[in-house]
Design a protein around this ligand. Structure first.
Ligand code: GTP
Ligand code: MG
Length: 225
C-alpha cells in the first residue's frame, strides 16, 4: 500500500471553474477503468474516509441500470440526495467523453441542490483500456485497474494507464492467488507513466484506500489554493 512518485495538482481545469454566482465550484474527479476493477468500492471507501471533513457528492454511470448508485445507497456512504445515477444507454465512454451533457447536468444539479460542495466523484461505467473523461467534465481522472485482470495490464498501456492523473492498481490482496507480480506491475506502470503517480490498494480493509484519499486531499489543496 503505497503512493509512488510526487503529488501533482489538478492536471486540467475544466471550463467554468466558477459557478454562475461567482463562488468556486467543487473539484470534480472522474474514476474510470475496466469492469469490476473496484471503481465503486474505491468511491465508497473515499466517501467513508473523507465525508467527515469534506462536503461530497457522487455521480455514477451505468449502461442499463443504476446498480452502482444502488450499492452506494445500500451502504449509506452518503445521504441519498448526494448520489445521482446517469443511465448511459450506450458505451459508457460516450457519456463521459463525447456527449457529456447528462453528466454535466447531474454535477450541476448536485451543486444546486446539496451544495456548496468540495468534491464530486464521477464514476464511469466499466469499459476497456481506452476510456477517458472529457476535460470539460472533470478536473482530474483516476484510472482503476486490478491485479486479477493480469499483471501485464500496465505494460499494455492505453490512455487510462499512460495519462490518468492517478493510476490505482487495486486488489493487491489477490496477487498471491492469481500469480500477479506487483513489482513488475510497478515497474511497467512507471515506464508507461513517467512521473505520474501510481497507488497500490486493497479495499478489504478500511485503511486500504489511504493512498487514494491522500492524493485526493492533495488535488483539493491545489484546487482551493
Ligand atoms: N479481494 C478484493 N475484492 C475487491 C477489492 N475491491 C473491490 N473488490 C470486489 O470486486 C468486485 C467489483 O468491485 P466494484 O467496486 O463493483 O467494481 P467496479 O469497477 O465498480 O465495477 P463496474 O462498475 O461493474 O465496472 C466486488 O465484488 C468488490 O467487492 C479489493 O481490493 N480486494
Ligand atoms: Mg461500479
Amino acid at each position: 500500500m503505497h503512493l509512488d512518485h510526487a503529488q501533482h495538482g489538478p492536471a486540467a481545469v475544466s471550463a467554468d471553474a466558477a459557478r454562475p454566482d461567482g463562488t468556486r465550484r467543487a473539484l470534480r474527479i472522474g474514476l474510470g477503468g475496466p469492469v469490476g476493477s473496484g471503481k465503486t468500492a474505491t468511491v465508497a471507501a473515499l466517501c467513508r474516509a473523507l465525508r467527515d471533513q469534506l462536503s461530497i457528492a457522487v455521480v455514477t454511470n451505468d449502461i442499463y441500470t443504476r446498480e452502482d448508485a444502488a450499492f452506494l445507497l445500500r451502504h449509506a456512504v452518503l445521504p441519498p440526495e448526494r448520489i445521482q445515477a446517469v443511465e448511459t444507454g450506450a458505451c459508457p465512454h460516450t457519456a463521459i467523453r463525447d456527449d457529456i451533457s447528462a453528466n454535466l447536468e447531474a454535477v450541476e444539479d448536485l451543486e444546486d441542490t446539496v451544495g456548496p460542495l468540495d468534491l464530486i466523484l464521477v464514476e464511469s461505467g466499466g469499459d476497456n483500456l481506452t476510456a477517458t473523461f472529457s476535460k470539460g467534465l472533470v478536473d482530474a481522472q483516476v484510472f482503476v485497474i486490478d491485479v486479477a485482470g493480469g499483471d501485464d495490464i500496465p505494460r499494455k498501456g492505453g490512455p487510462g494507464v499512460t495519462t490518468s492523473d492517478l493510476l490505482v492498481i487495486n486488489k493487491t490482496d489477490l496477487a498471491p492467488y492469481v500469480g500477479s507480480d506487483l513489482d513488475r506491475m510497478a515497474q511497467d506502470a512507471a515506464r508507461q507513466r513517467g512521473p505520474l503517480p501510481v497507488a497500490f490498494t486493497s479495499l478489504t480493509s478500511e485503511e486500504g484506500v489511504g493512498p487514494v484519499a491522500d492524493w485526493v486531499r492533495g488535488q483539493l489543496a491545489a484546487w482551493t489554493a
